[in-house]
Write a protein that binds this ligand. Sequence first.
Ligand SMILES: Cc1ncc(COP(=O)(O)O)c(C=O)c1O
Length: 374
Amino acid sequence: MAYEFVPFELERIMSIWENQVEINLSESGVHPMTLGELVDEPALLDELMATELNYPQTNGSVELRQTIAAMYPGATADNVLVTTGCAQANFTGLVTLMSPGDEIAILMPNYQQIWGIARNLQLNVNTFSLKEETGWSVDVDELNRAVTDRTKLIAVCNPNNPTGHVMSSEEMDAVVAAADRVGAWLLADEVYAGAERVSDEQTPSFWGRYDKVLANGSMSKAYGLPGLRIGWTVTTPELAEEMWARQDYITIGNTMLGNKLAAYALSPEVRPRIIARARNYIRKGYANFENWCARHEGLFTLVPPQAAAIAFVRYHRDVGSIELIDRVISEERAYMVPGAHFSGLDHHLRISFGLPKDYLEDGLDRLYRVLSQY
Ligand SMILES: Cc1ncc(COP(=O)(O)O)c(C=O)c1O
């Protein structure tokens, strides 16, 4: 091989441990819904039972694409490609737009997927950061340095994984201005939109703020339906078509049941119930998390996340996050994500809190027992 493949460490290690430990505080979405909780109408159940498990239309059923488009002002079904999760929307966006040697600017910290794909596509990667000292807001000077005349794509994640930061409109304007200055595409991973903790307003999309946008989302986080594996990209009809052509080679398309269930969950009648469920988990869970932190003063510095069911905390003990979590796994059978997996933001942990109180506190107590030995 001409280059060294960069594995998706964060995702792989999570998938190894999340089912093997007793307490898993690594999941970034809320507790998943059951099928019975989602489908509460007998007529829909009958329809699902009568569904042939055939291939659906491979870019997504018209019904689902129209339902997704309705959430993005000015979009129509032609702007939408239904993908296998937001993960595939991100992947297909990159392989469609980028060739080896092209330049990309990526916001950090971030779900490390786009960073890893960029390395594996042999792109030239520039980064710009969210800064902890300013409440995880975008460092605009770094952004402007990272975006050069050669930048073909800027990738952001908003609301952000792992920090839960939601960009202000000034931060969004700065990102758009940087893209516009050089004519770059803007890929916005908006998978946590809807999972707001401090506001009942959905996080605004980059869609509609600039013409070369890919607004990527999915059913996984704010809707608590990761197992549907339904995601999407909302972009220009031309790019949606080009990405569909790549998708023909990758997954062909999604599933019939996934298309139907996602269209149901996103319909204006059902969506508010599901979003309210997620926000309820996030808000109650965060209050429990905050109370636990208050009982262990001095252990963590915490910038309160504005969205998502995760907190990215700095811990004040002299041990690296990988070594720490290795011990938490082996001695306490609990798991949370070491900050080192987020491009070396060591001495941090990503901890999920959208969970039942006893379970959350049990996990935090297990972490504490190891941390307090340092
Ligand atoms: C920011 C971000 N984007 C994409 C994904 C993948 O989501 P999906 O399950 O929709 O593929 C995740 C999963 O954790 C994520 O955190």
